[in-house]
Ligand binder design. Structure first.
Ligand code: FAD
Length: 191
């Protein structure tokens, strides 16, 4: 088994929708597929989406990376896929992750400012900027805010009456406890 690493740039074909929980909904769906599929193939890496562009980094067995990359290149949610890095790798540098995600704000903003870049355009990245971007992806801990916006489950989750009623029920119980305590204290003071 020979390990390789691969990074590419591409341009989103969808019109960016308002962020929900910090993630563009199309990107959220891509991440969900990635996190479901990549572990089965021993693939790890990270994804960044900003200013209409994707930057993705992948590590894994050569055949698994190539198989996925061929599929990704055919995906009509993006176009103009340009390979930035493709080379052998001695050992994995990402552990325990199927696909990290870097949120829009924060470190990438600093990365752009530090490198005097006015927008996120990975097509222009030289090898140094690629390595910095990979390091940002590697350092990202943003993993738990994904919601599958397109699915029935997620719509149910967002309006789940059980969740709403549980919150209201807890609030009512707390209010009742406070009321009973206030009545008891009031009674003690009066008598
Ligand atoms: P599903 O997981 O069943 O599809 C997932 C969801 O995406 C479904 O809701 C489906 O309707 C929707 N969907 C699928 N294809 C399209 C499409 N072309 N247009 C609109 N909606 C669609 N896949 C990975 O497995 N690992 C990756 O690391 C990965 N990285 C990606 C990075 C980018 C920038 C893009 C654009 C896609 C990436 N994908 C990745 C997705 C990949 O191209 C395939 O869509 C995916 O692997 C198919 O997986 P699946 O058969 O499990 O489909």
């Amino acid at each position: 088994m020979s390990l390789i690493r691969l990074a590419y740039a591409s341009t989103a074909t969808f019109k960016a929708m308002p962020l929900e929980q910090g993630i563009e909904p199309n990107v959220s769906r891509i991440l969900l597929s990635s996190r479901r599929n990549n572990p089965k193939k021993g693939l790890v890496g990270g994804l960044y989406y900003g200013d209409g562009h994707f930057f993705q980094y992948l590590e894994g067995d050569e055949s698994a990376v190539h198989e996925l990359y061929d599929r990704i290149k055919r995906d009509d949610r993006h176009k103009d896929v340009k390979t930035l890095i493709e080379e052998p790798l001695k050992t994995r540098t990402f552990s325990n992750w199927s696909m990290k995600y870097v949120p829009v704000a924060g470190d990438v903003g600093r990365f752009l400012r530090d490198n005097k870049l006015s927008k996120f355009d990975p097509y222009q990245f030289d090898s140094i900027l690629c390595e910095q971007m990979i390091e940002l992806v590697r350092a990202s801990s943003h993993d738990d805010k994904l919601v599958n916006y397109g699915t029935r489950e997620s719509r149910a989750h967002r309006t789940n009456p059980d969740i709403v009623s549980k919150g209201i029920r807890n609030g009512l119980i707390a209010a009742a406890v406070v009321l009973v305590a206030a009545v008891m204290v009031g009674g003690i003071v009066l008598f």
